[in-house]
Design a binder for this molecule. Structure first.
Ligand SMILES: NC(=O)c1ccc[n+]([C@@H]2O[C@H](COP(=O)([O-])OP(=O)(O)OC[C@H]3O[C@@H](n4cnc5c(N)ncnc54)[C@H](O)[C@@H]3O)[C@@H](O)[C@H]2O)c1
Ligand SMILES: [Zn+2]
Length: 353
């Protein structure tokens, strides 16, 4: 078992241990004492893990209600959020009650936003069940929904009270969704840890899962501690995301988040090479690592489409957009560019020549 303590506007633990899902109730009782808990989950996760969590909460003396929505990014919108809020209100949840986000990043982001806005804020905990949620979305307090204009365009910073991560739950993920987490994990390696990057290069994600989750969460902890509200260093976590979000959107979400981020990371590494920010070996090893893990390293969308879509991204500030570019494995930098220059920068970088 490992516990990572996150220091943010409110501090909380991320507990990582195989088999702890069944101890959810006990862990929650130790961290807080709500009366009622509202489990928020999607239909697929509910089928797999809903009963274990509900039973554990009831055994620990909590009254449990549950809201289940259809799985997938398409649900991450205001219509579903409003239904969620109405459900909490119909069940008369009060400020001393608590929401439990059980699932992947879609569930965590939406349940977190519901918790942030219901009664102007109630407590919530995160129980991530995807690799991506375990190492990224469940930690750091970013919550929200998508708008028609783009992903995550409405939301709030709202930290969970506790994160309970049971790596065994990731065993039921499809290879595709597991790969999404691998892409985010490789991102952490490029940002801060050559040894973590090396584990992915050697394809050890399945065999060293618990250690890898702990290392990724620790890297995110360090970055979030310095910049909770995303005005500076936290932007580094967007490595691969400016182009990744654009590719994800252009594919109408047929390409999953991590796969699009992998392509975006490869593109960023080619731009870094051309600008002389990193050397050829760095770009080549990033691309090799993504490929070794079955992830995409390019896209067939055009420079114009990607630049136009990327400029709708919330990372744009005025007529500048900040790219995150690798300097070496283990180090990246923020690189502001004029929006008018983005399309030209993408020329020849979208896939291997
Ligand atoms: N808040 C943040 O800081 C942050 C960071 C990264 C990503 N995100 C968001 O996270 C979302 C992507 O997260 P995701 O990939 O977890 O998506 P997701 O929640 O849609 O989960 C992916 C799929 O896996 C299924 N699933 C979940 N757990 C499972 C399990 N254990 N076994 C089998 N199937 C399971 C889900 O039902 C879903 O169909 C995006 O919306 C992205 O914007 C947020
Ligand atoms: Zn991401």
């Amino acid at each position: 078992m490992s516990t990572v303590r996150i220091k943010a506007s409110s501090d909380y633990d991320v507990i990582i241990e195989r088999g702890i899902l069944k101890d959810t109730g006990k862990l929650l009782r130790a961290a807080a004492s709500p009366k009622k808990t509202a489990v928020i989950t999607d239909d697929r996760v509910d089928e797999l893990y809903g009963a274990v969590v509900e039973e554990s909460l009831r055994e620990a003396g909590f009254e449990v209600i549950k809201y289940v929505f259809k799985n997938g990014e398409a649900s991450k919108n205001f219509d579903v959020l409003v239904e969620m809020l109405e459900f909490l209100a119909e069940n008369q949840l009060t400020r001393s009650d608590m929401a439990v986000a059980l699932g992947g990043g879609v569930t965590g982001d939406m349940a977190g936003f519901a918790a942030a806005s219901y009664l102007r804020g109630i407590d919530f905990i995160q129980i991530p069940t995807t690799f991506l949620a375990a190492i990224d979305s469940s930690v750091g307090g970013k919550t929200g929904v998508d708008l028609k204009a783009g992903k995550n365009l409405a939301g709030a910073f709202w930290q969970p009270r506790l994160v309970i991560c049971d790596p065994d739950t990731l065993g039921s993920l499809s290879e595709e969704y597991f790969g999404d987490g691998v892409a985010e994990g490789i991102k952490y390696g490029i940002l801060a840890s050559p040894s973590l990057f090396d584990k992915f290069m050697k394809k050890r994600a399945h065999t060293e899962l618990e250690d890898i989750i702990t290392e990724c969460v620790s890297i995110k902890r360090d970055i979030v501690a310095e910049d909770e509200l995303d005005n500076g260093k936290r932007q580094l976590l967007n490595l691969g995301h400016t182009f990744g979000h654009a590719i994800e959107k252009l594919s109408r979400f047929e390409l999953t988040h991590g796969h699009a981020v992998a392509a975006g990371t490869a593109i960023a590494s080619r731009i870094a090479l051309e600008l002389g920010i990193c050397n050829r070996e760095t770009t080549e090893s990033i691309i090799e690592c993504l490929k070794a893990n079955g992830l995409p390293t390019g896209t067939d969308f055009s420079e114009a489409d990607i630049a136009r879509t990327a400029l709708n991204d919330k990372k744009r500030r005025g007529d500048m957009i900040t790219l995150i570019l690798p300097e070496a494995i283990g180090s990246c930098r923020l690189y502001p560019v004029k929006t008018s220059e983005l399309e030209a920068m993408l020329c020849g970088k979208l896939k291997e020549e």
